[in-house]
Design a protein around this ligand. Sequence first.
Ligand code: ADP
Ligand code: MG
Length: 694
Amino acid sequence: MRPSILFPLFAETRSLPGIGPRLEKLVAKAAGPRLLDLIFHLPSGLIDRSYRPRLIEAEAGRIATVTVNVLDHFPARDRRQPYKVRCSDDSATIELVFFRSDADYLKRVLPVGQKRVISGKIERFRDKLQMAHPDYILVPEETAELPQHEAVYPLTENLPAKVMAKAIRAAVEKVPDMPEWDDPAFIKNHKWAAFGDALRAAHAPSSEKDLQPDAPTRMRLAYDELLANQLALSLIRARMRSQKGRVLRGDGHLQKRAIAALPFSLTEPQKQAIAEIADDMASPHRMLRLLQGDVGAGKTVVAMCALLNAVEAGTQGALMAPTEILARQHMAALENMAKAAGIRMALLTGRERGPQRDEILSALAGGKIDILVGTHALFSEDVAFRDLGLAVVDEQHRFGVHQRMLLQGKGQLPTDVLVMTATPIPRTLALTAYGDMDVSRLTGRPPGRKPVDTRVLNASRLEEVVAHLKTAIAKGARAYWVCPLVEESEKIDLAAAEERAAELRKVFGNKVGLVHGRLKAAERDDAMAKFKTGETSILVATTVIEVGVDVPEATIMVVEHAERFGLAQLHQLRGRVGRGNARSTCLLIYHPPLGENAKARLKTLRETDDGFVIAEEDLRLRGAGELLGVRQSGLPEFRVADLGCHGELLAAAQDDAKLIIARDPELKSARGGALRVLLYLFERDEAVRYLRTG
Ligand code: ADP
Ligand code: MG
């Protein structure tokens, strides 16, 4: 249960004074719906109101605070004209300008003949000083109310800065005195303030330095967040380890037959990964292992061997893919191996319904199916295995599914779990997403793969690209043509892809296919199938093809607006070609002007195809928040921590978490109690549940 000390922070923002239904929506859009979201919505800038010039010296463009006499009012002649109020000090005059403002209000706050303190941005318009909509109009006695420095918050359209600042101030005031969850010696070493003080200070910056990620207040908050993340992962991990797993020891006879049926021999890294997994399955603790390997590294075969190992040990296996296309593809890729091994494999996705589905389910429950391949449908309530020994989750480029997986034991006994990911995750990110999960890495590529010739081209050379395609396709080549999909404007991008397809059809006729996210699954599969069989030669696509499609005959990858893609994304796209024996080309087309960062990204791609190098570079160039688009990827989102700069804190948090688990695994000590509060505060409380059940 959530500690009561945190209740006020989980209140909704509409409970704050001045926040009604309309503003509530805007505040939610900018920060989130609860006070908790507001307190971690840290300032992105600050306004310095300490500049107090005489009017004659006031510099245009600066925020200034001036003391003036109100001279006269010039009400607006019509709605489009501004209302002006002329003021002066003993050196010059200034015009205060108001659009669509209430005249009565202005007469009240700016009475003629009175002194007022005005703060806002000074502008010069035809040699006259002006200030449009001052931020503050105060009587001189109130000057103390004027903040010297004012935090500026990230906003959203139509949300007034003042409203946001006031709401955040009110939320921060509600932050209770928290028990100290950090190690006192560690805090002292860093000279960090207590959580509440650090938070209040983070909202009261007095210089640009206070806004930087390495400001002590922000470091303290970032550390707390990272500790919550690492502690949660360690708790899950400790629980996994403490659970008696089952000993699954295959004798290898099915694997041997299946491997013999492959048209190639396994690489050393594949053999090693298979051995690591088999060892883990044979050990008495429950397996939670990550199989990391670049696109095309050959993970599927490794997964199949692990599944066969489970079958040899007398249990069943499940392979879950993130999409239906992929599930079908896995199924097709593994059919030969299954046949050679003489085991029964079935497919279950959202598309198998009615009697067909019932039949699969009863065969599964009766143990007549050895390996079930599918999508999330595998984990519906009514899917019951006779005895599930191993679940393989192919996350491709998404993460976090494994955590949900852990919560659902499908087997009667704890099921071993193997998670496959095609994104080479930088070490720091792997830590936040997987903690100290065991890792097998498939380095290198399967033999026979040729490097992809990567070229970066200005969009003005599009005609050359089409001419090149023409020659290649006449010789039987197949090409992907990717148009970027930007989240904010899916419609526009879709239009761009459709237009490109139409353009290409003028040259290539019905050899051009089109896939995008708006198509129904069946239509998409159909377009993919036509490309796979060669009925179409060019597949125009939004990034849907990013999620592991295997067409070995495809040798050309054209990426339009390559500058809009992240490094990792481009790397994944390029990985779609170079899968067969023929030489492949990747043409990265950019639309100038090219920013420094985009330039660096394209250069990296031209220079290396090592996914791990690319991932590190991506992290360096973009920061973790942007990497892959955190939201879609399922990587943990951090409110304060910034992995680009807080990598060292992450390592410290990991050590700290390990120590905590070793000393106080149930979080029963005084510090343990405080740490529970921390877990709830950063909403990593899923892990707390493991304490009680474990
Ligand atoms: P991943 O899932 O890691 O992206 P896949 O398992 O789909 O990669 O393998 C990519 C391609 O490489 C497949 O066509 C597969 O048959 C092939 N492949 C896998 N292992 C080997 C190997 N040892 N030698 C040659 N080709 C291989
Ligand atoms: Mg694959």
